[in-house]
Design a binder for this molecule. Structure first.
Ligand code: COA
Length: 326
């Protein structure tokens, strides 16, 4: 026994920041950003907290699942940083929803949603839960250096959520890690211990873009092939791939290597940029509500990120929410 997705949701800040808006702040332009990344605009928090975004996504997902918060047996939040070190974002969300279940955060960076699905799968396999909420919520605008044009233009804020119930729609899943902080990192706050002799590092994202790009394309190709094979399927059986929304050129290059027709690769990076782990569940929610999926469709999710981590899975769509097609 594993799980089926019975509800989806998403939540974004109100403020839209276009590439032209960024050109007012930095030495950059729509002409540079759009062809290299596929990003046209992103949402950036002004008054919203990470909890606000998580709560909006969670409430939408509960609403589409038709269950109440009291039915949840566990809440898993994938996030790089909640509003507090402690309590966890998941605990704050549990309180705000009025749920009565264990709740904890998972930091798998941009692969966090896939890591959380993998943990949820174990809960269902052991019969420890009947309903699990997984929420990925990220506020990258508080992690990037707004003076570094090579990174800050890439990211956005948002949250995506799913409600899971027992079922057999997860056909395969894999997560990986290749530990190291060389290529992609955001150091923690230094604190003010009078005894600390370690070097204070800037608490902002550093990325070696070109190396991450190469890692992303090759790991996506490998992971998608592996999970599809593990599920006993071929790439021809796959209706849609939902890739991590990091860069349209990475997505196009991986699709080309997989020989997947481009129309079967779903994206919304043009409107949201890279919202880290929130990107895939928010895209899933958008497509579910738009009626993109039909019952029985085979979906593949594939992500990569800091860690370096990767995650991928194959799911059968059996119709979360009210808006889906037969
Ligand atoms: N606007 C204008 N110019 C910019 C810029 C911006 N926002 N960012 C960088 N540049 C400049 C650089 O300063 C450099 O100028 P120089 O040649 O005078 O030194 C030039 O553009 C090329 O920079 P480079 O970093 O080599 O560009 P790139 O072609 O590698 O593209 C990325 C940069 C970030 C778009 C690309 O490397 C990438 O997408 N990497 C993967 C990132 C990713 O997916 N991360 C997510 C991990 S979860």
């Amino acid at each position: 026994m594993s799980f089926s997705i019975i509800g989806t949701g998403s939540g974004f800040p109100e403020r839209v920041v276009t590439n032209d808006d960024l050109a007012q702040l930095l030495d950059t332009s729509d002409e540079w950003i759009r062809p290299r990344t596929g990003i046209r605009e992103r949402r950036v928090a002004t008054k919203e907290t990470v909890l606000d975004l998580a709560l909006a996504a969670a409430r939408n997902a509960l609403d589409s699942s038709g269950i109440g918060p009291e039915e949840l047996d566990c809440i898993l939040c994938a996030t790089l940083r909640g509003d507090y070190f402690t309590p966890s974002l998941a605990c704050l969300l549990q309180g705000a929803l009025g749920a009565d279940c264990p709740a904890f955060d998972i930091n798998g960076a941009c692969s966090g949603f896939l890591y959380a699905l993998d943990v949820a799968d174990c809960y269902f396999a052991r019969g420890k839960a009947q309903k699990i909420m997984v929420v990925a919520a990220e506020m990258m605008s508080k992690l990037v250096d707004w003076k570094d044009r090579s990174t800050c233009v890439l990211f956005g804020d948002g949250a995506g959520a799913v409600v899971l119930g027992p079922g057999n729609d997860l056909l395969s899943i894999k997560v990986t890690a290749k530990g190291g902080a060389e290529l992609l990192r955001a150091p923690n706050v230094h604190g003010n211990s009078p005894f600390d002799e370690t070097e204070e590092l800037p608490c902002v994202v550093y990325m070696n873009g070109q190396e991450v790009y190469k890692f992303a394309v090759s790991s996506m190709q490998r992971d998608v092939q592996e999970v599809v094979q593990q599920a006993g399927l071929t790439l021809e059986d796959v209706n849609y791939i939902l890739p991590h929304q990091a860069n349209i050129r990475i997505i196009d290059a991986a699709a080309h290597k997989l020989k997947m027709p481009r129309e079967r690769i779903l994206t919304n990076i043009d409107r949201h940029g890279n919202t880290s782990g929130a990107g895939i569940p928010a895209l899933l929610d958008e497509c579910a509500r738009a009626g993109t999926f039909h019952r029985g469709d085979i979906l593949v999710m594939s992500s990569f990120g800091s860690g370096l981590t990767t995650g991928a899975c194959v799911l059968r769509w059996s119709g979360a929410g009210k808006e889906q097609k037969e």
